[in-house]
Design a protein around this ligand. Structure first.
Ligand code: NDP
Length: 248
């Protein structure tokens, strides 16, 4: 998918919410989606990082983004419903939802994985994504064509020793996407997954501290797949799990 080239105005007029938009792959997606014409709702837990991405988008000539500081660890269903209501009032619809934020938890043997860590990873990576998606579906249905993108991982398809809660949460993410996509079939909303593959970010450096980051693709390198699934070029794609780096 890396060879896909989006039209310059591929996302013109679209309203797109990105979780974890302040850094890593989410930041790359926010800047690229804005560059291709979208208005971005930047959601994350660290306001200063979101403000920096806001400034980068505006400096590059993009539409003024909205900032939603929210910690998905503690957020309630009511928080997501309030957010959906605000999006409805301010924008009248939501065309795209990129569920990108997640946490790694601990890379550790199964027996040593603390229940508290397990619950925290499942809360942020699975439960919060379910509650957010459920709350936003009514505003997504108001868009002519809407795209939901979940973020998977190689360990969400094949379990790997020591990847504990993170791997389990990514299997759940694939399952959530497939279940939702099957329900959405034939509607104006579609749902798919992207597995980014090894990417030069803080999360990857935490998981593989001895690895040379220069050997890895950057978030920007992955953007053809992210642009494809968010643009109308993928309107017939539903229930798929795509690799942003086929060879990783
Ligand atoms: P990073 O850790 O670099 O960035 C994650 C983002 O999510 C950050 O902006 C972070 O905010 C935000 N976030 C984390 N917890 C919360 C929370 N509780 N509430 C709100 N926002 C939160 O990760 P990557 O960019 O590497 O990963 C992006 C996605 O890609 C993830 O879903 C990851 O699992 C997946 N992935 C990444 C791979 C890689 O090699 N990098 C490989 C396979 C999958 P803050 O900056 O404030 O902490």
């Amino acid at each position: 998918m890396l060879e896909y080239q989006a039209q310059a105005d591929a996302l013109k007029g679209k309203i797109i919410l990105i979780t974890g938009a302040g850094s890593g792959i989410g930041r790359s997606a926010a800047r690229h989606y804005a560059q291709y014409g979208a208005t971005i709702i930047l959601l994350g837990r660290t306001t200063a990082k979101l403000e920096q991405v806001y400034d980068e988008i505006v400096a590059a000539g993009g539409a003024e983004p909205a900032i939603v500081p929210l910690d998905m660890k503690g957020a309630t269903e009511q928080n997501y419903q309030d957010m959906a209501q605000t999006i409805l009032e301010q924008f009248g619809k939501l065309d795209g939802l990129l569920l990108n934020a997640s946490i790694l938890g601990a890379v550790t043997p199964f027996e040593q994985l603390e229940l508290e860590t397990f619950n925290e990873v499942m809360q942020v990576n699975v439960t919060a994504q379910f509650a957010m998606t459920k709350s936003l579906l009514p505003v997504l249905r108001l868009a002519p064509k809407a795209s939901i993108i979940f973020t998977s991982s190689g360990v969400g398809r094949h379990g790997r020793a020591y990847w504990g809660a993170y791997a389990i949460s990514k299997f759940a993410t694939e399952g959530m996407m497939e279940t939702l996509a099957d329900e959405l079939a034939g509607t104006n909303v579609r749902a798919n997954c992207i597995n980014p593959g090894a990417t030069r970010t803080k999360m990857r450096a935490t998981a593989f501290p001895a690895e040379d980051p220069q050997t890895l693709k950057t978030g920007d390198d992955l953007m053809p797949t992210y642009l494809y699934l968010m643009s109308d070029d993928s309107i017939d794609v539903n229930g798929q799990s795509l690799d942003a780096q086929p060879k990783r």
